[in-house]
Design a binder for this molecule. Sequence first.
Ligand code: SF4
Length: 393
Amino acid sequence: MKLSARSKAYMIPEYSLTGDLLSFLTCNLQYRYQNKGTLPPSMPIQLWFGEFIHGIMEESYIKWKNGKTEFPWDWKTQIRPIEDMIDLRLQVRGLYPPPKQFYSTVNEENVELTDDHELIASARAIASINIWGPYLFPLIDSAEVLIKGIRDMPDYDESKSRSNYYGINGVIDVLSSINIQETQEKSKSDNEIINYLKENKKFQETIFNLDDEEYEIIIDYKGMKRPGLDSPNWLHHQWQILTYSWLRSKQEDSKKIIAGIIFYLNELVPSIPDLKAIQKDIFKNNTDVLPEDKDLIAIEEWDESKKVPELSDKFKMNRSIRIINIDENKIKTSLKEFDDVVKNIEKSLIRETDGCKIKEAWKADAEERTCLACDFKTFCNNKHNQSKEFRIP
Ligand code: SF4
């Protein structure tokens, strides 16, 4: 009797929009070491805070939905238990809070919290919940919606490619037009998010020309400052929202998606490096949100040796919210861009499997700020690292 050989396992590579595609765009080589090599960064400030603030917003929404607790929430009694839960959840995954960013009590017992324990990550959690929560939470229809899709593998080659398809996924919050209309009718005070949408001409034009009354808006949070207009992140975040809208439109219960909103939560409590970068963007006219009056003076007069000045809530909110209108042609462009990213990841993987050295198979190219915080700068040949001399003590 002839025994047939077991056929090769059929595997479709799965890519997360933020964890893979945006990471690869940040730096190909860093992505290879961190994601493909599963080497967690030693000081994962950006990664840790991104995950932390996402978790905070999701859990706060659930808490609000179940109790409709009035805002503002108190840090020690209402927000801190959520922070502890998210901190523990991240530590289980090997993500430890960076020192001086967050006071962790996971391994301590009976700690009496004081105001000194409220470090920058907590300050941002408080601001995100208390500034955006009252407007955002009543509009959310579904939280943490997993969106997934399948696309043809770009440049598929039967002898080399891992699969003829690739999977793409992400997680979003969804706002529905029903909640937006209800909030508009019920709310005595204006909802600031609805006001921002009303002020956005393109958004109003889309609503005016809409055949169906129902629509959706998708939401994402970023633990970073608003990118400058010339920063690759500015464009990449737009591609991300457009691709999310395509993925969401494939789900049966979805309505027409007409916009996406990104909240850049560091803008609510900027750190010194954040404010330095914001100041640079403002001086170079490299941003779409400029300060006025007192905010302008405070930013113009500030330098690194001073504390971060008090800026108005309105200015911080203006810089924190970004509305991205959805357009069919732009969706096609962003899908094509991400197809190209997958093509490049797959190419680098194949080069490495074929015996090419890691540093030759994956390109080392990133913004200076990314390189400064990168664990691999001591042996990476990128131009930002060449002038620095690393000594072994
Ligand atoms: S030092 Fe910069 S270029 Fe080199 S791997 Fe890190 S982020 Fe990439």
